[in-house]
Design a protein. Structure first.
Length: 280
């Protein structure tokens, strides 16, 4: 049973790697089970043409379809995590992921333009330890907000995370307070903050900076929550609705302001920036 479970997880995780689509290769949608040419799926920025399933994007791919061409300037590109609680094999695991993903940690931050409007961007990448929030993720987010405050720029954060990083223990939990404090200072300075929730946004990230945006956007039918369905059902001894923790459920309950398809995201963000006075 466990072996079957891990095979499913491994397949979905491998399907989310940003690799060139070999000719004639087929993508089987995990939601509707339709089979479409992988090239078509990639052409649509990893969205199923049959059911609108939104697959996961790498941070670099997300930046490429969001920011104006050649406008992105990365912040803190060389920052890497230490091993604050001497967790076994943590350094080796990070080194392997740096080699396989090309990332230094689970988030890329920097300054960019979206249809001419300058912004500070943060994009999480689930390929690096499920985009868990450790000391580097928290520090890069805090620094991004500080730079945005200095330059009077809005902040847009694309979130995708399994929550706090257990390999850093209490240090990872402290990042919830750090990032929330950075958001508050930015807000007190009158800065605009937009969060875009992508699949999945859970745990300590949901419980901190992901839920603090002035405007909270989500991609369709993505998972948003804190604890898992099974844990909650076991605690409250009740069956939860079938759409529990999906973006549409969260919008209905007031936790999400807008649901925006990937093909409309860049235009929507540009419109919101201009609506709030952030123009060229």
């Amino acid at each position: 049973m466990l072996e079957d479970f891990f095979n499913v997880v491994r397949k979905r995780f491998n399907d989310d790697d940003d690799k060139a689509a070999p000719e004639n290769q087929v993508f089987k949608c995990p939601r509707c089970q339709s089979q479409v040419p992988l090239g078509r799926y990639e052409e649509l920025n990893r969205v199923c043409p049959e059911c609108n399933y939104h697959g996961r994007l790498s941070a670099r791919a997300r930046i490429a379809i969001t920011a104006d061409k050649d406008s992105f300037v990365e912040y803190d590109a060389d920052m890497i995590s230490c091993n604050p609680i001497d967790f076994p094999d943590y350094e080796e695991k990070q080194a392997e992921l740096r080699d396989s993903t090309g990332l230094r940690d689970a988030i890329v931050t920097g300054e960019a333009k979206i249809k001419g409007s300058s912004v500070v961007l943060g994009v999480m990448d689930s390929r690096f330890m499920m985009a868990s929030m450790g000391s580097v993720v928290g520090e890069k987010i805090a620094r991004a907000f500080e730079r945005a405050q200095e330059k009077n720029l809005p902040v847009i954060m694309f979130t995708a995370s399994g929550g706090a990083r257990m390999q850093e223990g209490i240090v990872s939990l402290m990042q919830m307070a750090k990032t929330s404090g950075a958001v508050k200072l930015h807000s007190d300075n009158g800065g605009l903050y937009i969060t875009v929730l992508t699949d999945p946004t859970t745990g300590g990230v949901t419980a901190s900076f992901a839920s603090l945006g002035d405007i909270i956007i989500a991609e369709p039918k993505i998972l948003v929550g804190f604890a898992g369905r099974r844990v909650i059902e076991g605690t409250i001894k009740q069956r939860l609705p079938d759409d529990f923790q999906l973006a549409e459920f969260m919008q209905e309950k007031g936790f999400v302001d807008m649901i925006v398809e990937r093909r409309k995201m860049r235009s929507t963000l540009s419109h919101l920036l201009k609506l709030h006075g952030y123009t060229e």
